[in-house]
Design a protein around this ligand. Structure first.
Ligand SMILES: Cc1cc2nc3c(=O)[nH]c(=O)nc-3n(C[C@H](O)[C@H](O)[C@H](O)COP(=O)(O)O)c2cc1C
Length: 148
């Protein structure tokens, strides 16, 4: 895969920073990364490979910059069987709805037929105050899946 769409869902900027960090990593590996911080449904339907990096807010809810895109996907149920994707979910395990947004997004994309590249990564910020480090370590372990 030489091109990747990377969509972030972030309220306080942490997940966005993780997305930028991973994009830099992948670009160094020769992948062209299109980072999008206000995703729209057409960004997903036009993509061949998607990495979604999202934190969770409210009570298991999507961040505001991701919620409209996810609602549009849920409403219009496009066929995503040509899409390969992975999800990085960032959350705080002191919430009952730990990583709820990433879990919902993963289930929705799978339900629309998209193919998982690598199983979802859940990062607990209580364990990983610098979530970009856990994300980079996961990405380097799964590099071949993203850089083939
Ligand atoms: C108001 C609020 C609600 C939150 N709700 C959840 C939640 O339901 N589940 C969870 O896993 N984390 C929750 N978190 C933790 C955030 O997901 C976590 O702090 C994350 O690192 C924030 O990322 P961001 O900087 O990209 O917004 C919440 C944080 C705040 C401030």
């Amino acid at each position: 895969m030489s091109e990747l769409t990377l969509i972030t869902g972030s309220t306080l900027g942490g997940a966005e920073y993780v997305g930028d960090h991973l994009a830099d990593f992948l670009e160094r590996e020769g992948v062209t990364v299109n980072v999008i911080n206000e995703g729209e449904i057409t960004d997903v339907t036009a993509a061949s490979s998607l990495l979604l990096v999202t934190s969770t807010h409210g009570a298991g809810d999507y961040p505001d910059n991701l919620a409209p895109m996810m609602a549009a996907l849920k409403f219009s149920t496009p066929d995503l069987s040509a899409l390969k994707y992975a999800v990085i979910a960032i959350g705080d395990s002191s919430y009952d709805t730990f990583c709820g947004a990433g879990i919902q997004a993963d289930e929705l994309l799978k339900g629309l037929g998209a193919q998982t590249i690598v199983p979802r990564l859940e990062i607990d910020i209580l364990e990983h105050p610098l979530p970009e480090e856990a994300a980079e370590s996961w990405l380097s372990q799964n590099k071949s899946a993203f850089c083939e």
